[in-house]
Ligand binder design. Structure first.
Ligand code: FE2
Length: 374
């Protein structure tokens, strides 16, 4: 097999080679209902389950899948538990950003010796389908990274889970994989977390936005995008910046009661079709004013898509040196104005939609204002 320079480079210099996102786990108040929501509204499919029936006494976990994206929804069964405490404080939110690795023991060794705070000592889980090795470290807020090694496993998900069969299987909507996950951190905490991803996990800062890029009349934020060596895993980190009014990041921090994952961006190959289906199933999206489309093509140049469906659905477009991207953001998917999703289709562009920030943040601020939080 021919190997390019980049691959050889990343093998020699990347002390934490990542194969991608393994799964994302949300700790929620009612995992059974959340699973129904993600199947019905987002088109996820049942994959695996753990709970009292599989010997787990303190929680239930439902694992759903759509193409390469796995989502785990976990709820506590009693008040006296870490999960219940987490839910009481934060509401529904991301607990685990699990990363797929070739060697979970080495991932733990490499990251903890560089200052990563251990969350899960290296562990091997086995069942009739083989073994999964895992370990984990803490990141911002109460979020953790688990390192999952599954090369010797052939089961549905991992030991401790049984295959989740269901007679209720709504159609997928074309969601493919996790494109990036954004963390919101506190005042002056962006750079320390950038340093964490650089030093502990070997990530690089590939893009930075300051409050001049990301500010409206009222509020501001700063952001740095961290990427692993092969670019499969990208974690932008936001912190609030001073503005006339309260930053959307501050609103998040106030209602999440701490730092946490702000949004998960999921890739699609056909955003018009995906968003149309999501809307038909009741997913709510942020809406930019119709005037956004009046000069869109002057701003971004020629695109392959027809403008009319983009305008109708409110899909945003941005261009960088390498191509363009189409994106759209949901409203928060909980009652607290905290986590939301982004749907993104990349046509060459590797950036994050900087050209849309202003229109987008003004849309967010209109929602903030309705909540009385601007
Ligand atoms: Fe994003």
């Amino acid at each position: 097999m021919e190997r390019n320079e980049k691959e050889i480079m990343s093998e020699t210099s990347d002390f934490l080679p990542l194969l991608g996102t393994d799964y994302i786990e949300l700790w929620v108040g009612n995992a059974k209902q959340a699973a129904h929501y993600y199947k019905t509204a987002f088109g996820f499919q049942s994959l695996a389950y753990a709970g009292p029936e599989t010997g787990v006494k303190d929680r239930t976990s439902y694992v759903l899948v759509q193409n390469k994206m796995r989502l785990m929804l976990t709820s506590p069964l009693h008040s006296n538990s870490e999960i219940a405490e987490h839910h009481k404080k934060h509401g529904d939110g991301v607990k685990v950003l699990a990363l797929w690795v070739d060697d979970a023991y080495d991932a733990f060794e490499q990251t903890t010796k560089r200052g990563g705070k251990p969350y899960l000592q290296p562990t091997t889980l086995t069942d009739a389908d083989g073994e999964v090795r895992m370990s984990g470290i803490h990141t911002y807020g109460e979020v953790v990274h688990l390192f999952i090694e599954r090369k010797n496993y052939t089961g549905a998900f991992m030991p401790g889970f049984k295959k989740l069969e269901s007679t209720y299987n709504p159609e997928p909507v074309g969601l493919l994989y996790v494109d990036h996950c954004v963390g919101n951190v506190g005042w002056n905490q962006m750079n320390p977390w950038v340093k964490f991803y650089e030093e502990v996990m070997g990530f690089k800062n590939i893009l930075s936005f300051d409050d001049n890029d990301i500010s409206t009349e009222y509020s501001a934020l700063m952001s740095k995008v961290m990427s692993n060596g092969n670019g499969y895993v990208k974690f932008p980190i936001n912190e609030p910046a001073e503005g006339k009014r309260k930053s959307q990041v501050e609103e998040y921090l106030e209602f999440y009661e701490g730092e946490g994952t702000q949004h998960i961006a999921i890739a699609t190959q056909d955003i018009v079709s995906t968003v149309k289906q999501l809307m038909a199933r009741g997913v709510e999206f942020l809406k930019v004013p119709n005037t956004y489309y009046d000069d869109l093509l002057d701003r971004v140049g020629p695109i392959e898509e027809d403008l009319e469906p983009l305008r109708e659905l409110g899909i945003l477009v941005d261009r960088d040196d390498e191509g363009y991207l189409l994106q759209l953001f949901t409203k928060p998917v909980e009652d607290r104005p905290t986590m939301f999703y982004e749907i993104i289709q990349r046509k060459g562009a590797k950036s994050f939609g900087k050209g849309n920030f202003k229109a987008l943040f003004e849309a967010i601020e209109r929602e903030q204002e309705l909540r009385g939080n601007l």
